[in-house]
Design a protein around this ligand. Structure first.
Ligand code: G16
Ligand code: MG
Length: 217
């Protein structure tokens, strides 16, 4: 039976994926690297360092470690500029309601994000207290599709992966959840998130009870 939910942040709870894309796009442009939304799919859920490495690989560019660090910092500065202007309306449709309903059902709630900015964003949305555990980019060493982020969440919640549902918008995240033995709900398009057990376009399209019923079936 299902006892709890672990949510990814970017692209599931909040619409920050577009800010990551804009910041990476600007950086890639500066480096003379062409970078499309399709390639961006491969960066979703992937750490800052690995994302930059992928972009450099696409452009067949090598940077020294200090130049690499500078570019990562630059991307994050741009990203944070967008985040600072973000308001409550940036929470994705239905996300807060879904979290509150889950809490009312006494489900355990965790966050499993690759982002080092996760706490800042939860605070801006005023939803930090809803989470029993927050596993983010500051505590994980292996990027999704490695299951570390979700396994750490399960450990912190003292629950087995098979009784937890992971909500993810990224290919890498769904793969990470599957590898860890978790149940999966994809947030996005069925054509991209083929391996998720359920796919919906957003948390406004399903309720916590419906998720549990569909997965228990
Ligand atoms: C997010 C995004 C990724 C981003 C990563 C690291 O993860 O999906 O695009 O590269 O975090 O973010 P930061 O640069 O803020 O540390 P998630 O797992 O919440 O989707
Ligand atoms: Mg995501």
């Amino acid at each position: 039976t299902i006892k709890g939910f672990i949510f990814d942040l970017d692209g599931v709870i909040v619409d920050t994926a577009k800010f990551h894309f804009k910041a990476w796009h600007r950086l890639a442009h500066d480096l003379g690297i062409h970078f499309t939304e399709e390639e961006n799919e491969q960066l979703k859920g992937v750490s800052r360092r690995e994302s930059l490495q992928k972009i450099l690989d696409w452009g067949q560019i090598k940077l020294s470690e200090s130049e690499f660090e500078k570019r990562m910092a630059q991307k994050n500065d741009w990203y944070l500029e967008f985040v600072r202007e973000m308001g409550q309306e940036e929470a994705l449709p239905g996300a807060k309601e879904f979290l509150r309903e889950s809490a009312q059902l006494n489900l355990t709630i965790g966050l499993g994000s690759a982002s080092k900015n996760a706490r800042l964003i939860l605070d801006l949305l005023e939803i930090t207290p809803l989470f029993q555990t927050i596993i983010d980019g500051t505590v994980v060493s292996q990027s999704k599709p490695d299951p570390e982020v979700f396994l750490k969440g399960a450990e912190a919640l003292q629950m087995e992966p098979k009784s937890l549902v992971v909500f993810e918008d990224s290919l890498a995240g769904i793969e990470a959840a599957r590898r860890g033995g978790f149940r999966t709900v994809g947030i996005g398009s069925k054509s991209i998130l083929k391996d998720a057990e359920i796919v919906v376009s957003g948390l406004d399209q399903i309720s916590p009870v419906e998720v549990i019923n569909q997965l228990n079936f």
